[in-house]
Design a protein around this ligand. Structure first.
Ligand SMILES: [Zn+2]
Length: 239
């Protein structure tokens, strides 16, 4: 059973004449961008703890829906790099499942997506993770979890991480985020439950980005209790 219930139950209303985002085949039964086989593959995934080794300092406990491969990887690539913005809703729904698993029991939630750099957001016609976070929050609210998206951070321009070794990536990540000036932080009502801050990202690899965002959130007065991501890459062992 899924934590927030009926992930695909409300998706049968749309029939999109599009290639499946998971396998790229054109099929008549595609719903919200996925064919039935790929829906089944995504539904078979279960959120699990994901902890890179070595885990960088400051990385909160992290839960991922599944490994970065197969239908999940294809869907993320279609959404992020091939402009399939309509996938924000099903992917956001999946992220809501991860959040529910990571937090455990319903609580007021502040969802804090790792921000895109301005350049990345321009290239993708908007911050891709903010869209996912909005759909995840809506899904959680429908399931009875008070959830809202907060954006206290901005991402500074950073070098292309593919040209950096892991040490250089870690140094770049250290200075990747800043608090947005003038952003009023939500305060819990006196005597009310303290909201749980959940850090969101699409993929975790080394964890340095999540750790850096967690430090910046903590510095901004919103220490994240957990991180929720869709996919965790398998660590490649290097000599
Ligand atoms: Zn498919």
């Amino acid at each position: 059973m899924r934590g927030v219930g009926g992930l695909w139950a409300d998706l049968a209303d749309l029939v999109l004449p599009a290639d499946c985002a998971g396998c790229r085949e054109r099929r008549p039964a595609t719903r919200r961008g996925f064919c039935p086989d790929c829906v089944a593959a995504l539904e078979s995934l279960r959120p699990r703890p994901a902890r890179p080794t070595p885990a960088p300092a400051g990385l909160p406990p992290c839960v991922a829906l599944g490994p970065y491969g197969g239908v999940l990887r294809e869907a993320l690539l279609a959404y992020k790099d091939r402009g399939r913005h309509g996938l924000a809703r099903p992917l956001g729904g999946l992220l809501a499942e991860v959040v529910a698993e990571a937090v455990g029991s319903p609580a007021p939630l502040l969802l804090a997506p790792v921000p895109d750099t301005a350049a990345a957001a321009r290239a993708r016609y908007g911050d891709h993770l903010v869209r996912l976070a909005g759909h995840a929050a809506a899904r959680l609210r429908r399931a009875g979890w008070p959830a809202r998206v907060v954006r206290p951070l901005r991402a500074l321009p950073r070098p292309d991480s593919t040209t950096l070794d892991s040490a250089a990536r870690a140094r770049a990540a250290e200075s990747a985020f800043r608090a947005r000036p003038g952003r009023a932080l939500p305060r819990p009502r006196a005597g009310g439950p303290v909201p749980v801050v959940v850090l969101l990202d699409d993929i975790v690899t080394t964890g340095v980005t999540l750790a850096a965002a967690a430090r910046a959130l903590t510095a901004a007065g919103l220490p994240p209790a957990v991180a929720a991501v869709l996919a965790a890459t398998e660590k490649r062992h290097r000599r």
